[in-house]
Design a protein around this ligand. Structure first.
Ligand SMILES: Cc1cc2nc3c(=O)[nH]c(=O)nc-3n(C[C@H](O)[C@H](O)[C@H](O)COP(=O)(O)O)c2cc1C
Length: 162
């Protein structure tokens, strides 16, 4: 039987809830991604462009934010789903660091976001570039913003997992 894992990063709990629902619906395992340095509420204040998250997001496209070395071994999994908030239109830079660290060769990779209003196009392009930078041979699915249970179900119907 094929196996799926949902990995997520969530600063304020919204993505976590969606990831939990998704994992339950799919009978998948669930694991959280941890930045080495957790974000404080000041770090996340996008109204002030000098704060951490904004400065990180606005760096060059290959920017990375380090994560803790506690990711699960992906060997048993066929499908890897990664969930994240959208920050300045794209995934937090720690998602690229996560993709760098995992061995995703041969996997199906599907990603999703939660956001205030942004769609997923720029996030998808960002993920695709990180996959390419790592030279992974994998089956990348089209991600989406899952801000409601209806969107979640529609997205699950639209992707092809093993
Ligand atoms: C630094 C920062 C930047 C954000 N940028 C965007 C954005 O560009 N577009 C958007 O729709 N929402 C944006 N948001 C809102 C988050 O995407 C949204 O609240 C998300 O659901 C939070 O997920 P979480 O609770 O899992 O961290 C931003 C939030 C933060 C903290």
């Amino acid at each position: 039987m094929s196996k799926t894992i949902v990995l997520y990063y969530s600063a304020t709990g919204t993505t976590k809830q969606v990831a939990q629902t998704l994992a339950k619906q799919l009978g998948a395992d669930l694991a959280e991604i941890h930045p080495v340095k957790p974000y404080t509420s000041t770090d996340l204040n996008w109204h002030d462009e000098s704060t951490r998250a904004t400065v990180e997001q606005k760096q060059e496209h290959d920017g990375r934010v380090p994560i803790k070395d506690d990711l699960p071994d992906l060997t048993p999994y066929d499908n890897v789903i990664i969930g994240h908030p959208i920050w300045w239109g794209i995934p937090p830079r720690l998602i690229a660091a996560t993709i760098d660290k995992l061995d995703l060769n041969g996997k199906v990779l599907a990603t999703f976001g939660t956001s205030g209003s942004s769609g997923y196009d720029r996030a998808q392009a960002n993920i695709a570039r990180t996959v390419q930078e790592n030279d992974y041979q994998l089956d990348l699915q089209s991600g989406d913003v899952l801000n409601s249970p209806a969107k979640l179900n529609a997205w699950l119907d639209s992707i092809s997992l093993k």
